[in-house]
Ligand binder design. Structure first.
Ligand SMILES: NC(=O)c1ccc[n+]([C@@H]2O[C@H](COP(=O)([O-])OP(=O)(O)OC[C@H]3O[C@@H](n4cnc5c(N)ncnc54)[C@H](O)[C@@H]3O)[C@@H](O)[C@H]2O)c1
Length: 250
């Protein structure tokens, strides 16, 4: 294939779909992956020339088959965007092992499995991995014992990948989005939470899918050819605020 090929997980909506669109606009061949097959089929209609693959990234057998199918259809893989994620918030005392495992299965195991299965193809292309974590992996908060821990682990997994895969020319970086009004966020953000984020974020607003997708696309691109092992917060400055006491902001 003369075009570069990107595989994006969780591409049926939200940040993943925005990433598929921006990479397609920039001339990449795009493989869209999601476990929600009907939503994925609809989403693939709006991305020119996209190929779609229904797959649960937490299922090792399905992931191995996905990479075989992808290699058959595209013959190469230049960028892997591990974006599929779920948010399930609750107090520690109410996070039973099933809930913990459900979050870890997609948010952490999925990133590990996809990256491992994609390795042979990425070694050939000297390609890029971009993992999507969260500001919840950078700063602890209430109700995020599973989600925040899974995302902190993704941040460290990214550094492990960068350390070990650099000798193969593979770059691994991580984007930590701040709040974006997607289905995932709106399921767990009340109006009070939305207002509090606006107040605490230096840019005083939520981000958009396109703003996060632009950071992801940059890290996939040749413009980031000497950047690996980095954690980029696309968060309106939230992570930088340190002592974020409301009384100190006036
Ligand atoms: N929206 C935010 O405010 C926000 C903030 C920080 C981080 N993030 C992260 O960004 C990423 C994308 O989030 P979003 O807000 O676009 O979410 P979203 O819910 O809109 O989209 C996530 C997609 O992932 C898919 N998915 C979930 N589990 C899967 C699995 N096991 N296998 C395959 N597909 C699966 C879903 O079907 C869905 O289409 C996630 O990793 C999320 O944790 C989002």
């Amino acid at each position: 294939m003369d075009r570069k090929c990107a595989l994006i997980t969780g591409a049926a909506r939200g940040i993943g779909l925005a990433t598929a669109k921006i990479l397609s606009d920039r001339g990449w061949a795009v493989a869209m992956v999601d476990r929600d097959a009907p939503a994925l089929a609809d989403a693939a209609q709006v991305v020119p020339d996209a190929h779609s693959f229904a797959c649960d990234v937490s299922d090792p057998v399905a992931v191995a088959q996905l990479l075989r199918d992808l290699t058959d259809q595209f013959g190469q893989l230049d960028a892997l965007v591990n974006n599929a994620g779920i948010a399930d918030f609750g107090p520690i005392s109410e996070t039973d092992f099933d809930r913990w495992r459900r979050v870890m299965a997609t948010n952490l195991d999925g990133v590990f499995l996809m990256s491992q299965a994609a390795l042979p193809a990425l070694k050939k292309s000297r390609g890029a991995i971009v993992n999507i974590a969260s500001i919840s992996g950078l700063r602890a908060s209430t109700l995020r014992v599973a989600y925040g821990t899974s995302k902190a682990a993704v941040i460290h997994l990214t550094k492990q990948q960068a350390a070990e895969l650099g000798e193969h020319g593979i770059r691994a970086n991580c984007v930590c989005p701040g709040p974006v009004r997607t289905k995932l966020a709106m399921a767990v953000h009340t109006q009070d939470i939305i207002d509090a984020y606006h107040d605490a974020i230096p840019l005083n607003r939520y981000g958009t899918e396109d703003e996060v997708a632009a950071a992801i696309a940059f890290l996939c691109s040749a413009e980031a050819s000497y950047i690996t092992g980095q954690i980029l917060a696309a968060d309106g400055g939230f992570e930088a605020t340190g002592v974020g006491l409301p009384a100190l902001r006036k």
